[in-house]
Design a protein around this ligand. Sequence first.
Ligand SMILES: *Cc1c(COP(=O)(O)O)cnc(C)c1O
Length: 388
Amino acid sequence: MNYLLNTYARFDVAFVKGENATLWDKEGNEYIDFTSGIGVVSVGHSNVRLANAICDQANRIIHISNLFRIPPQEKLAEMLIVRSPMEEGGVFFCNSGAEANETALKIARKYGEVNGEIKRYKVITLENSFHGRTISTLKATGQPKFHQYFGPFPDGFEYAKNIKDIYNRIDDKTIAVMIELIQGEGGVNPFDKEEIQELEKELRKRDILLIVDEVQTGIYRTGEFLASNLYEITPDIITLAKGLGGGVPIGAVLTNLTDVLKPGDHGSTFGGNYLSTRVGIEVLYILDDYYKSSQLKETIEYFEAKLLEVAREFPDKFDSVSGIGLMRALRAHSSEIRDEVVKRAFENKVLVLKAGSNSVRFLPPLTITYKEIDEGFDRLKDALKDDS
Ligand SMILES: *Cc1c(COP(=O)(O)O)cnc(C)c1O
């Protein structure tokens, strides 16, 4: 690791093989994966259907640039819009969540420039949010600890304490509100459905755009295709990434504002290439089957019951269970307890994530089996019992 920049606090393990929610290191140690690469490996490790699609596409054509038509890109765009709450709309493809959010901000800024007498450019985001690591998505991220060192930032961002506080921040320069429906990195905090529906209505009345960052909540993570489907809202812009490519980098921006960006306004060299969009199509087919057969719903219920059991059995460590679908957390009494739980879980060969100040986060592959869930929770409970 000597030649890598020191940007991550890594566990000292390298996995050589994975199968669904199970991983092996080179010594043959087996781990249960409740992280899915931070919500990315939505269809599990070494998914056969996905692997076949990747091989097949790689044998035909991987990349040709957006100077030419790309049929799987056109098809994936249609599949995303049809499954989303948008009746019609268009899609821009990129390579990551941050890049999708950058695109959303550019669409909002241009919309604010060309509509109305004065330029509207301000974007309101929430405290505790997470929108990415580029300079402007970092600025959009309402967590001051990320802002140290990297200024000056682009202007025009403001943070609201909660959904209600958004109304206090709106002025005649406000063009958009950007939120997650369930804050992920911020600690797995779902917002109230009625409050969000009210916000949607208010913003529409004032011609202010609603951007929903579904980079983590999208692609069936909550049990519905998008959290926006679950909340029954139709945002003006939705951003996606993590689970869409099953591990192959891809980001996407869905919007009903189809005539804002014109040729030359925006672009991406890799975005939407043959490989990543063919992969996206296959991921959606795989997960559509899971959804339609109720397998996903049953897995969610099973996983939830196990989490509630842990919270009940270890009241000395946890207050509560939070989250929706397979985006979940155990809220620990303190960050010290949380850090200890994550470390011990790893030592007991079950992988979990941190989020917020005191949450142990669970983002398993959506295809995780009951057997893997049982095994993972047995190991987690053992780890929690080892108290000295
Ligand atoms: C992970 C995440 C991002 C950033 O995605 P990258 O692909 O790492 O750029 C943005 N928003 C949310 C809600 C995320 O969870």
